[in-house]
Design a binder for this molecule. Structure first.
Ligand SMILES: Cc1cc2nc3c(=O)[nH]c(=O)nc-3n(C[C@H](O)[C@H](O)[C@H](O)COP(=O)(O)OP(=O)(O)OC[C@H]3O[C@@H](n4cnc5c(N)ncnc54)[C@H](O)[C@@H]3O)c2cc1C
Ligand code: FES
Length: 241
């Protein structure tokens, strides 16, 4: 893990409140599921913000983020040529197993780490859940992705977990998921009932990003664990939901 100063190559809106930030960045190689902590260029956003790594190729780091509060709104205002401090890669990524029938489930801002994983493996079924069509960055998702939207504007009307539980496909051999806790909990329930291994990437508010502040602790069957240092990826059955 290193702290680096990176330069903005581009920062553009690609869906509703969703931006793709490309940075010139000499970061060490990463494993999909790992993340970076970025320093938002706002005096009010004192702490760094965690963002999943979508891609790191030929010295260009791609981050996909949704504007939520002060930090991510400040990020959305970054312009080409500006400098930004990036720390990473951090945490533990997905453990890649036999991917023949993998299922990837991305809800909301859980998309970047799973895109990174899918783009590395290029096998399996990609499922996306969003509130509405306008939230989906269509240019960046796999062509055969199955979509669920809460308002029914595209794909299945309802939750992405409906697609998973109604899947007529061959039984998946591994499920990878990232998204809101309610979605992850449902995915964990379904995977347990179907007896399929499942890895989840958790999102907690983070302060340090490397295990010293205890700000991101979750309860697991083997005690409290920090999401930043021992996750963000965990086996679903490890977590006390
Ligand atoms: C390991 C990890 C990877 C992440 N990857 C991405 C990513 O690739 N793209 C992306 O858009 N976002 C990602 N997030 C979430 C992102 O870090 C938060 O949205 C961001 O920190 C919010 O900062 P802010 O200053 O804009 O909002 P704040 O003003 O700090 O908060 C605004 C709202 O967002 C909520 N929020 C803040 N932090 C989180 C969080 N960590 N998870 C869920 N809700 C939060 C707050 O409770 C509040 O309701 C990731 C989070 C983690 C822990
Ligand atoms: S954010 Fe400090 S311990 Fe995880």
């Amino acid at each position: 893990m290193k702290e680096l100063t990176s330069t903005v190559i581009s920062n553009r809106q690609i869906a509703s409140n969703t931006y793709l930030l490309s940075l010139e960045c000499e970061m060490d190689p990463y494993i999909p599921g790992q993340f970076v902590m970025v320093k938002a260029p706002s005096p009010g956003a004192f702490l760094r913000r965690p963002l999943g790594i979508m891609e790191l190729k030929e010295g260009v780091l791609a981050l996909l983020y949704k504007t939520r509060g002060e930090g991510t709104i400040a990020l959305s205002m970054l312009k080409e040529g500006e400098a930004i401090s990036v720390m990473g890669p951090l945490g533990n990524g997905f453990r890649i197993e036999d991917e023949a029938q993998a299922v990837y489930i991305a809800g909301g801002i859980g998309l970047p780490p799973l895109l990174s994983l899918y783009n590395k493996i290029k096998k399996g079924n990609f499922l996306i859940g969003a509130r509405s069509e306008e939230d989906i960055p269509f240019d960046y998702i796999p062509a055969r992705a199955e979509i669920a939207t809460e308002d029914g504007s595209v794909g299945h009307k309802g939750l992405v977990t409906d697609i998973l539980s109604g899947m007529n496909l061959k039984k998946p051999n591994i499920i990878y998921a990232c998204g809101p806790v309610a979605m992850l909990k449902k995915v964990a329930d379904i995977s347990r009932h179907m007896n399929i291994p499942c890895q989840v990437s958790l999102e907690e508010r983070m302060a340090c990003g490397f295990g010293v502040c205890a700000g991101c602790v979750v309860k697991t069957v083997s005690g409290n664990k920090s999401v930043c240092a021992l996750g963000p990826v965990f086996n679903a059955e490890e977590i006390i939901w």
